[in-house]
Design a protein around this ligand. Structure first.
Ligand code: NDP
Length: 506
């Protein structure tokens, strides 16, 4: 961050591809964040009153606008994050699938529906509907700067909330692009962006929003929760992971290996649901190692357009990756692809920007090594031999995280998936759960709580509104002081309905 002559602070974004400045953005101070939230609150009734169909029309226009300019947005994402252009297109396309689903399904999921009553409340008719909370603050990461925040923004908007979005300081241009696109299609800015670093995010938590949807690291998630606790502002936390892929003895090994390599290496391993650990049944372990090593060795990281993986986006992450790999190798691990030299000691540009880390595949790394326990967030994969799938399940679950996982097995895929303590599991594929918009996305334990995507993701940005309407006057009134007769009837009724010997009169 630097100071301009007017001494208002400015965020300068440096591309990991070239080391060049690719954008400057204002740093929103506390008061500006508050003012933005206040204007979002003024707009909230207008947006809510558009109703499901009015909002769907706007969200559909927004989707078309993004799709029409997909190459422009993908270029920007590439410039800010360094990821390959094709990967940026992939994440944008996936995000649009979700936007379409949220807008189309909001009335079905959130609209008024009748619920069944019980014998004792036969005179009442129950309905439930889901009302927007008001203003939702969204705090997003840089690794999927379109797909990840849109998972909250799109669903929050479809549910009838206005949104104030704080993108990562590494990808503010992408955040602003999304808001400008929205402004092209809507009469008023139901989506607004506040740019800045952590302080701006912290200010958003305290700016009077009705909910904060946070996606980022577990450590920052705890700070967000603490900030929101001051005002009892509810939060969803989509945090980090240490996802595993397990390979059973009857699995399609080449398919499992291809999936492991894509899951681990795509986006240079900077994926919350990236595969960081593989547990392979001893019967297929050697084949898994050979296939993974062959596929991973073919990949090349670089800043040029033909590279399979881009540079590491976050300055500072490279040394974490290097330390984890170095520690594992020093304590007995063996590299079957790459090694310590895959992680450069120095970055090509100032401030640690633009380091290119080549793929690393490790075997025999100790269980306690940080590469097995901490999120690596780089193109590094460990493969371990397990005696059976019970051990694979136990090892997968032996982590502080619980975001995603994958199982490759011909016969036992669903059974094994159900035993994994993660919010999402892909069976005979990797990360497939992101491609079905109806499936909720989120984790357990250190990976956070709450859900985006699907019906749960829509309800996450609402409060349930329950209504009990009296259909007729009941013969005995229970909710009155004068109820001598009612009490006797009620006593008999609860025995009949709930007692073990309903025929016995009391
Ligand atoms: P960070 O936790 O560093 O940052 C996330 C966001 O929080 C950024 O916008 C950041 O701003 C902001 N922030 C920082 N400090 C505060 C604060 N005190 N109060 C409020 N907001 C704050 O994560 P990264 O951006 O580095 O993203 C990578 C992490 O995100 C990984 O751990 C990854 O696993 C996780 N992730 C989880 C996903 C999921 O769905 N579960 C999906 C994608 C990523 P700034 O960048 O300006 O510092």
């Amino acid at each position: 961050m630097e100071q301009t002559a007017r001494s208002s602070r400015v965020l300068t974004v440096t591309s990991p591809l070239t080391g060049e400045v690719v954008g400057t953005h204002p740093v929103y101070a506390k008061e500006q964040v508050r003012a933005t939230v206040a204007s979002a609150r003024e707009l909230a009734p207008w947006w809510a009153d558009l109703g499901f169909s009015g909002r769907r029309a706007v969200l559909d226009r927004w989707r078309h606008d993004i799709a029409d300019r997909v190459e422009e947005l993908a270029d920007l994402v590439r410039r800010e994050t360094g990821k390959p252009h094709g990967d940026a297109v992939l994440e944008i396309g996936l995000a649009l699938e979700h936007l379409a689903w949220a807008a189309r399904n909001a009335p079905r999921v959130l609209g008024r529906r009748r619920v069944r009553g019980t014998l004792l409340a036969a005179h009442l008719a129950g309905t439930v509907e889901y009302h927007p909370l008001g203003v939702v603050g969204v705090i997003g990461p840089w690794n999927y700067p379109v797909f990840t925040p849109l998972g909250s923004i799109g669903y929050a908007l479809a549910a009838g909330n206005t949104v104030v979005f704080k993108p990562s300081e590494l990808t503010p241009g992408t955040g602003r692009w999304l808001a400008e696109s929205f402004a092209r299609v809507a009469d008023h800015p139901a989506l607004q962006v506040v740019t800045g670093a952590g302080d701006t995010g912290a200010a958003l938590c305290r700016a009077g929003v009705d909910k904060v949807a946070f996606t980022g690291s577990t450590a920052t998630g705890k700070k967000v929760m603490a900030g929101c606790a001051e005002t009892l502002t509810p939060v969803t936390i989509e945090a980090g992971g240490k996802d595993a892929l397990i390979v059973d003895e009857d699995a399609d090994v080449p398919a499992a290996a291809r999936a492991a390599v894509w899951g681990a290496m795509s986006n240079a391993g900077q994926t919350c649901i990236g595969i960081e650990r593989v547990f392979a049944h001893t019967a297929v372990y050697d084949e898994v190692v050979a296939e993974v090593a062959r596929a991973a060795a073919e990949l090349r990281a670089g800043a040029d357009g033909a590279a399979d993986l881009g540079p590491i986006t976050l300055p500072g992450q490279t040394s974490i990756i290097g330390d984890q790999v170095g520690e594992a190798l020093a304590s007995g691990a063996r590299a079957v692809v790459g090694g310590e030299r895959s992680v450069p000691e120095r970055s090509p540009f100032a401030d640690g920007v633009g380091s290119v880390v080549q793929p690393v595949v490790l075997v025999d790394s100790p269980r306690r090594a940080t590469v097995q326990t901490e999120e690596t967030f780089g193109p590094v994969l460990t493969i371990d031999r397990v005696e059976d799938m019970d051990e694979a399940v136990a090892r997968t679950n032996a982590t502080a995280y619980g975001l995603g996982s994958a199982v490759f097995s011909r016969r036992r895929g669903m059974e094994l998936a159900a035993r994994l303590r993660t919010g999402m599991t892909a069976v005979n594929n990797v990360t497939g759960f992101t491609g079905i918009p109806a499936l909720p996305f989120g984790g357990v334990d250190g990976s956070g709580f709450g859900r985006i995507h699907g019906a749960d993701g829509l309800r996450e940005f609402c409060y349930a509104k329950s209504i009990a309407r009296q259909r007729f006057t009941p013969p005995v009134e229970l909710t009155a002081f004068d109820r001598e007769r009612a009490d006797a009837v009620f006593r008999r009724a609860i025995r009949v309905v709930h007692g073990s010997r309903p025929w016995r009169r009391g």
